[in-house]
Design a protein around this ligand. Structure first.
Ligand SMILES: Cc1ncc(COP(=O)(O)O)c(C=O)c1O
Length: 345
C-alpha cells in the first residue's frame, strides 16, 4: 500500500480509453487537431469565460512558462516558502523568466496571507537598484494540503492589482481544492482575480497532461512562442489534449478528486483517534502531514506501507497522499495496523 504521492497512481481508465480512441486515423499536428479545439471549448464552458489553453506535459513546465509571461527578467514572484516553484522545480521559473527571482515567504499551513504580502510591498517598486515586484503565485491546493478560500484569493488578487502584480495559481491539485470548496471553477479563478492557472491533471488521473489557462487571452499573446521555445509544443498534441478532454468529460476530474479527498478525510479521522498522533495541518484536500511516534512509523514501514518522512530521516512527521484510486480497504488496513501497533506498545 503506497501513500507516498498521488504520482504513484496509474491512469484513470477513462483517460486511457480516450488515448486509445485518439489513436485512430490522422489528425493535424501541433495542436491544430479537433480534440484540442474541443478541449478549449470545454474549458471555456467549465470556467464560464473565454480562455486561452496551452497543454504541456509537466507541472514544472506549466508553472515556469506561465510565470515567464507575468514577470520580466528583473521581476520578483512572491509565493509560499515551501511552494513547488520555490523548492521543487530546479530553478525552472527563474530560468524560463530569464533571471527573475522566486521569493518564498514562510507562513503557517502552506498558505501566504494578504498581510504577509502587504508587509513586503511595494518592495522597492520603481527603484532602479532593486528587482521589481511582478507577480504572486498561490498553490491550490497548497503544499500543506490546505486550500485557499474564495475570499482569501480575492483579497490577495486585490492587493496584487493595487501593486500592479500578476496573479498565478499553481493548480497541480486544483480539482482537489475545488471540490473541497464546492464553488464554481470561475469563483476561485478569474472572478476572484486570477490571471493564469496551471491546471493540473496528472496527479488526479492523467498520464502526463497539464494545461496553462489564461483568462485574458490578450495576456497569452506570446505564450505560443514561449511554449515552443521551451520544448512543450508537442507535435502529436492530440494525445495531451485527449487526456485533458477525457479528464473533464462527465466530471471525471471532480469525481476523482472527491474520492481522493474522501480517502484523505477517512485517514485523518482514523488517525486522530490514535494516541500520540497529531495532524500538523488541516486536511482539506488529499494530503496529510502526520506527526507520530518513531516506533509507530517504523512499524508501519515494517508492515510494508510506503510513505515519506517529511522532516528528514529522523523527523517524526510523515506525509500521506491519497489518489483517485486509493482503496478504502487500504486506508482501513493502515489504520488497523496503526491501532494495533499502538496497543502493543
Ligand atoms: C504543487 C505542485 N506543483 C506542481 C507540480 C508538478 O510537478 P511536475 O513537474 O513533477 O509535473 C507538483 C508535483 O509534485 C506539485 O506538487
Amino acid at each position: 500500500v503506497n501513500f507516498s504521492s498521488d504520482n504513484v497512481a496509474g491512469i484513470s481508465p477513462e483517460i486511457l480509453a480516450a488515448l486509445a480512441a485518439a489513436n485512430t486515423g490522422t489528425q493535424p499536428s501541433y495542436g491544430e487537431d479537433a480534440i484540442s479545439a474541443r478541449l478549449e471549448r470545454r474549458l471555456a464552458d467549465i470556467f464560464e469565460h473565454e480562455v486561452a489553453v496551452f497543454p504541456v506535459a509537466t507541472g514544472t513546465a506549466a508553472n515556469a512558462l506561465a510565470l515567464s509571461t507575468l514577470v520580466p527578467p528583473w521581476g520578483v514572484v512572491y509565493c509560499h516558502a515551501e511552494a513547488h516553484i520555490a523548492v521543487d522545480e530546479c530553478g525552472a521559473p527563474e530560468f524560463y523568466a530569464a533571471g527573475a527571482r522566486v521569493a518564498g515567504i514562510a507562513a503557517p499551513h502552506g498558505k501566504i496571507g494578504v498581510d504577509d504580502l502587504a508587509a513586503l510591498l511595494p518592495g522597492g517598486k520603481g527603484v532602479v537598484h532593486h528587482m521589481q515586484p511582478a507577480a504572486i503565485s498561490l498553490t491550490q491546493a497548497s503544499e500543506a494540503g490546505t486550500v485557499y478560500g474564495v475570499e482569501e484569493t480575492a483579497a490577495i488578487a486585490e492587493l496584487a492589482r493595487r501593486h500592479g502584480l500578476g496573479l498565478h495559481v499553481d493548480g497541480a491539485r486544483f480539482a482537489n481544492a475545488l471540490v473541497h470548496l464546492g464553488c464554481a471553477p470561475a469563483d476561485i479563478t478569474w472572478r476572484a482575480g486570477v490571471d493564469v492557472l496551471s491546471f493540473g491533471a496528472t496527479k488526479n488521473g492523467a498520464a502526463a497532461a497539464e494545461a496553462v489557462i489564461f483568462f485574458d487571452p490578450a495576456k497569452a499573446a506570446d505564450f505560443a512562442f514561449r511554449r515552443k521555445r521551451g520544448g512543450h509544443l508537442f507535435s502529436k498534441m492530440r494525445f495531451l489534449s485527449a487526456q485533458l478532454d477525457a479528464y473533464l468529460e462527465d466530471d471525471l476530474w471532480l469525481r476523482n478528486a472527491r474520492h481522493a479527498n474522501a480517502m484523505a478525510t477517512r485517514l485523518a479521522k482514523g488517525l486522530q483517534q490514535i494516541a500520540g498522533v497529531r495532524l500538523r495541518h488541516p486536511v482539506e484536500a488529499n494530503e496529510l502531514f502526520v506527526e507520530m511516534p518513531d516506533p509507530l512509523i517504523e512499524a508501519l514501514f515494517a508492515k510494508g506501507f510506503q510513505f515519506y518522512r517529511w522532516d528528514g530521516p529522523r523527523g517524526n512527521c510523515v506525509r500521506l497522499v491519497t489518489a483517485f484510486n486509493t482503496a478504502a480497504a487500504n486506508v482501513d488496513a493502515f489504520l488497523t495496523t496503526a491501532r494495533g501497533v499502538n496497543r502493543s506498545e
